[in-house]
Design a protein around this ligand. Structure first.
Ligand SMILES: [Zn+2]
Length: 252
């Protein structure tokens, strides 16, 4: 029996790899055909997506139904509210380069940002299980504890290369990066650190578990402050950037 990594009951519920609401926000409810055809890339393989519930974008079951839908529903809602805010305030955020959680969640921002953080911890846990890793205890307990202690740190960043794409292409750029495993600093025979990222358009969530966050990728956050300053990610060299700029212009 595969156990739910949150409560240890039988895992019978598949979590979306790419959140359903992230897809429907951009592409609608589907089915996706013709002009609205969507292609999903995993490990270099491209597959057509028929709709936002496609099993191609779900993990194998690692949660029970109650944990995946009931218990974690407030976390999912806080995430959706956050992404809605990012899409609706894109130009403002890109100009200011920080997030004030009271702008996102109002007076309840402490509860809101905590729920957002828990959603991201859930997402991270599901990714670890998918990669055959054991979810560390502090990731499980932080879902229920207030206040919580954890070794998971997040940085939020603007992916500058994505901003060079056409606005239409930017919106459809939703996905997750590779999970990287790191050796312990004191005992290199133990691998207990992880880095990972996921993104919705140009907005990147960077995960650092027992790894020092790269300061360039944003201020370090673990639901502990009202303000979070966005870092910058750019992987393309100048030639590639120019190529993207001229392609984007051609489309206009
Ligand atoms: Zn459960």
């Amino acid at each position: 029996m595969v156990k739910c990594w949150i409560c240890q009951n039988e895992a019978n519920s598949k979590e979306h790899i790419i959140k359903k609401s992230d897809i429907t926000r951009v592409f609608g409810k589907g089915p996706y055909k013709g002009d609205t055809e969507i292609v999903h890339e995993k490990n270099g393989k491209y597959q057509k997506l028929q709709g936002p519930d496609s099993k191609k974008i779900k993990y194998s079951p690692s949660l029970c139904h109650e944990c995946n839908t009931g218990f974690t529903q407030p976390f999912d809602r806080a995430y959706d509210k956050f992404i809605d805010y990012v899409y609706q305030n894109e130009s403002d955020i890109l100009r200011k380069r920080f997030i004030d959680f009271s702008d996102v969640y109002g007076d309840d921002f402490e509860e809101g940002q905590c729920a957002l953080y828990r959603y991201l911890a859930k997402s991270f846990g599901c990714r670890l299980v998918d990669a055959g890793q054991v979810v560390p205890d502090d990731i499980i307990t932080l879902l229920r504890q207030t206040p919580f202690k954890t070794r998971l740190r997040l940085t939020l960043a603007v992916q500058e290369d994505i901003l060079l794409m056409s606005h239409e292409d930017q919106k459809g750029f939703i996905g997750k990066g590779d999970l990287n495993l790191w050796a312990d600093k004191e005992d290199p025979s133990i691998f207990n650190g992880y880095t990972w990222s996921e993104h919705v358009s140009w907005f990147f969530f960077n995960y650092w578990y027992i790894q020092d966050p790269d300061g360039a990728s944003g201020s370090t956050w673990h639901a502990n402050s009202q303000f979070v300053y966005l870092g910058v990610i750019s992987v393309l060299n100048e030639e590639k950037r120019n190529e993207l700029i001229s392609n984007a212009h051609k489309k206009v």
